[in-house]
Design a binder for this molecule. Structure first.
Ligand code: NAD
Length: 481
């Protein structure tokens, strides 16, 4: 059953209660370009209330045995599972992704919570003898600001909520103002699951994010978004020395070696670049292809691009690609496409959309071997446009792939996996895949090198990032001489 977003009510969650916004802001459906509904705007006072609620809930939550918090995470997952259709439907309407991917996103949230609940957080015994007992343990930080982007509104929350809560912190979650709805409903359905104040969900435009990061009540800012905003977040956190984890932009290179089975690898590479209309931080954004197979692979990719179904996923479940998710990102991608056209680069398929089209649709577009200095090569497109880049010497491909301020992910594709592995080891990125891409797992940390971020999410390392390390030592009474 699909209830249009316009027929639903959306409230902030503060201290376990529904709270109407001080005002509202419009949320747009990217498939139509029309206003979908209004979302609550969190005022400064309501932000203070959310932080106070999280601070108030912190001592009791932190004092719970960790096994009890593990159980809470599993109950959260069970509750989310019972609302899959409702949450997926909101993601489809506000974000524009195909329904099957939206369902997988909701399922992923539950999966991540359950898997995080299973991560062991053990103390280390440093010394235990007649002289002293010394133990290092991991204590919660306090109140966490969780700030997320619009590409996976619930998926991005999943990387933060489980570890933050399991470690004993309380949270104020702020999703992107482009995609507030599913997160507001998440807060609503978890109100009866978690103790009041443990999870607060607030939304708003007009600098709410920067008001969070400069608020003195947070001990940690867990931020996912662009590198540009990440710099601002880090500067803001300097005032209180709040801990930061920054998951930022990427410009992931894929290197295709000449021994691949072109036809087989083409479909994998296509979806590595164009899934979610290219709006994935770890999507392939530059494709380096050996000259021997360049033309064949380009042709296969162009055929796949021509065959893909693009449309409004709320109207048609068989749609494979939706629109670019919001007007701001649409303009960013159009700007890059205009630059490609103005510079005279060759479009193998796709291109600038008909300006009369309603919604922010851009067909998957391949740019034929632009120069390394091209904006479409150097900048993060975060949309359905992919430059194909020809190389002959692998050392050249590696140097060009590494020639970026970003270092989020990368991939290498080849029939000889040992040779591909050798190449992978030379790439500068937080995750490097061989013969696959974008595979993430809750037990495996991921994060960016260079300007793609600071710190990691997921796995034990991601959990530890929500803790302070504390060493306790007990000096035993010593026998008098
Ligand atoms: P963005 O930086 O514009 O916004 C991200 C979040 O920060 C939003 O909630 C936004 O409201 C908030 N925000 C904006 N200005 C702020 C400020 N001054 N202080 C605090 N918060 C602020 O990014 P976006 O357009 O929402 O997302 C796209 C970007 O996110 C891309 O660069 C993409 O690569 C990146 N991203 C990275 C990862 C990762 O894991 N590394 C994952 C997804 C997206």
């Amino acid at each position: 059953m699909h209830i249009p977003a316009s027929d639903q009510t959306f409230t902030l969650t503060i201290d376990g209660l529904p709270v109407e916004g001080a005002s509202t802001f419009d949320v747009t459906n990217p498939s139509t370009g029309q206003i979908l509904t209004a979302a609550p705007q969190c005022s400064d006072e309501q932000l203070d209330q959310a932080v106070a609620a999280a601070r108030g809930a912190f001592p009791a939550w932190a004092a719970l045995p960790v096994e009890r918090r593990r159980q809470y995470l599993r109950t959260m997952a069970d509750t989310i599972d019972t609302h899959t259709e409702m949450l997926a439907d909101l993601v489809v309407q506000e974000q524009g992704k195909p329904r099957s991917i939206a369902r997988a996103e909701v399922a992923g949230l539950g999966y991540w919570l359950r898997a995080t609940a299973d991560i062991a957080l053990a103390d280390t015994v440093n010394q235990d003898d007649e002289e002293r007992r010394s133990i290092t343990r991991h204590v919660p930080l306090g109140v966490v600001a969780a700030i997320t982007p619009w590409n996976y509104p619930l998926g991005q929350a999943s990387f933060k909520l489980g570890p933050a809560l399991l470690a004993g912190n309380t949270v104020v979650l702020k999703p992107s103002a482009f995609t507030p709805l599913a997160n507001l409903k998440l807060g609503e359905i978890l109100r009866d699951v978690l103790p009041a104040g443990v999870l607060n969900v607030i939304t708003g435009t007009g600098g709410l994010g920067s008001r969070l990061t400069s608020h003195p009540g947070f001990n940690k800012i867990s931020f996912t978004g662009s590198t540009q905003t990440g710099r601002t977040v880090m500067a803001s956190a300097a005032a209180t020395l709040a801990r930061v984890t920054l998951e930022l932009g990427g410009n992931d290179a894929a290197i295709v070696l000449p021994d691949v089975d072109v036809k087989q690898v083409a479909a994998q590479l296509f979806w590595a670049a164009f899934a979610n209309s290219g709006q994935i931080c770890l999507a392939t954004k530059r494709l380096y292809v050996h000259a021997d197979i360049y033309d064949d692979l380009a042709r296969e990719l162009a055929e796949l691009a021509a065959a893909v179904t693009l449309g409004d996923p709320a109207q048609d479940d068989s749609v494979e690609l939706g629109p670019v998710s919001n007007r701001r990102q649409y303009q960013t991608v159009l700007d890059l496409l205009n630059d490609c056209r103005d510079q005279g680069y060759t479009f193998l398929c796709g291109g600038l959309p008909d300006p009369e089209t309603a919604g922010y649709f851009i067909r998957p577009t391949l740019i034929d071997n632009p120069p390394d200095s091209a904006r479409i090569v150097r900048e993060e497109q975060f949309g359905p446009v992919l430059p194909l880049l020809k190389y002959t010497a692998i050392t050249d491909a590696i140097a060009r792939a590494n020639s970026s301020e970003y270092g989020l992910g990368a991939s290498v594709w080849g029939a000889d996996t040992e040779a591909a592995h050798q190449v992978a080891q030379q790439l500068q990125a937080g995750t490097v895949w061989v013969n696959e891409s974008m595979h993430l797992h809750p037990q495996v940390p991921f994060g960016g090198h260079k300007q793609s971020g600071i710190g990691v999410e997921s796995g034990l390392a991601g959990l530890l990032a929500f803790t302070n390390t504390q060493t306790l030592t007990i000096k035993h009474p010593q026998p008098t001489a």
